[in-house]
Write a protein that binds this ligand. Structure first.
Ligand code: HEC
Ligand code: HEC
Ligand code: HEC
Length: 305
């Protein structure tokens, strides 16, 4: 990469850069670098295409086109049997909007601008690009995703309630909706998944009944790539999970957890991350009293851990 471009970053006031406690020199060698997005055929690509640049530049027509280079999985291979390619975030956006029909990875990007990746993953802010420069509209280079609990929570709207069924029994219901991610929730590598746990407890805190569901894509990788099932939430999709609550229950509880990786697979590949590989994105308890519907809420939803 051209050293002039690197200087743009290095000359920013050092005081504004906080040390990164997660910095890992080994990972740095694997990461997506500036050049991956900003360098093509000897030119620096950017949103402005400044005529004053001391190196060849090119203005890109839409920033989202940069994401398409890597986050589209293409290829009409004979040995694949799926509607959405694995890690096919862009195809998921098309499916959610009802535009993608047909089978397999024969996917073509119709309109990069419509994908909105940059708008959600690189929030805009005003700041000078160089020390002493005037403030201008730029975008954060953070790409928050599955490693960021706040980002994942922002994708999800959840509501937890209980009611009396026509037969007289009580039902606890958790409704989940993907209101914040234009692609599926979760997206990216099929390792990512969410678990949904509903429980009924007695007055002493003992678990009387429990159900667990997953929002997950399951793929058969060999000898062919075949979609087995996909229970993730498309954009705007809403799903209801229920639990028949035993008569003795005093409390009902709903918890949704995001997993970067299944614990069994983490062990198999010997991956030892410093941060937890799963975390809670929604947690709510309701005290249902005995014999009355409606119940009262104990504490707000959201993170507990
Ligand atoms: C994953 C892709 C990606 C990577 C990696 C990346 N950028 Fe960017 N960068 C973008 C996009 C997209 C924009 C344009 C955002 C917009 O529409 O304004 C941008 C804009 C910029 C701009 C113009 C100001 C602004 O923020 O809009 C500068 C300067 C810049 N990048 C420098 C860098 C440097 C230096 C690195 C490496 C440390 C880097 N970028 C890494 C995607 C990337
Ligand atoms: C040069 C290839 C490349 C380009 C271009 C690229 N990405 Fe990525 N992106 C990756 C790879 C590889 C990963 C996975 C890194 C990992 O998990 O080790 C990733 C991960 C991510 C993540 C997940 C971060 C997390 O928490 O795990 C987000 C969000 C993301 N990219 C958004 C974007 C957006 C938005 C753009 C366009 C501005 C973009 N990417 C362009 C290769 C790319
Ligand atoms: C309306 C907002 C929105 C748009 C548009 C959007 N994303 Fe996301 N994205 C999210 C949210 C919220 C999450 C966290 C929840 C999840 O994983 O689905 C996320 C997660 C991701 C991840 C994380 C997967 C991981 O491994 O952790 C990747 C990669 C990603 N997005 C890429 C993209 C790309 C590429 C585009 C454009 C084609 C895009 N996103 C468009 C909101 C958005």
């Amino acid at each position: 990469m051209n050293s002039t471009t690197l200087n743009l970053v290095q000359k920013r006031p050092v005081s504004s850069l906080a040390p990164n406690p997660d910095f890992d020199p080994a990972l740095k060698q694997e990461g997506v670098t500036c050049a991956g997005c900003h360098l093509r055929e000897g030119r620096i690509l950017g949103p402005r295409g400044s005529p004053n640049a001391p190196h060849p530049v090119e203005k890109f027509s839409d920033a989202n086109a940069l994401c398409m280079r890597c986050h589209v999985v293409q290829g009409e291979r004979w040995d694949t049997f799926y509607r959405l390619p694995p890690c096919g975030t862009i195809a998921e956006i098309e499916v959610g909007q009802g535009r993608l029909k047909g089978r397999s990875g024969e996917y073509l990007v119709r309109s990069p601008a419509a994908a909105g990746c940059v708008q959600c993953h690189m929030p805009a802010l005003e700041r000078p690009l160089v020390e002493g420069g005037s403030a201008r509209l730029v975008r954060r280079h953070t790409w928050r995703g599955g490693h960021d609990p706040q980002m994942v929570r922002s994708a999800l709207t959840a509501s937890f309630s209980d009611s009396i069924a026509s037969g007289g029994g009580r039902i606890a219901a958790l409704v989940l909706e993907n209101t914040g991610a234009a692609h599926f929730l979760p997206t990216g590598t099929p390792d990512r998944h969410l678990t949904v746990r509903l429980r009924a407890l007695d007055a002493g805190g003992r678990v009387l009944r429990e159900t667990t569901d997953t929002l997950e894509r399951t793929i058969l990788w060999r000898p062919f790539i075949v979609d087995l099932w996909d229970t993730r939430l498309a954009w705007g999709e809403r799903r209801r999970y229920t639990l028949d609550v035993p008569a003795r229950a005093a409390t009902i509880e709903a918890q949704v957890r995001y997993h970067l990786l299944a614990e069994s697979r983490r062990k198999r590949i010997g991956y030892e991350p410093t941060a937890p590989i799963s975390y809670v994105v929604f947690d709510q308890r309701r005290d249902i009293g005995l014999g009355t519907a409606g119940g009262s809420q104990s504490g707000p939803g959201g993170p507990k851990r």
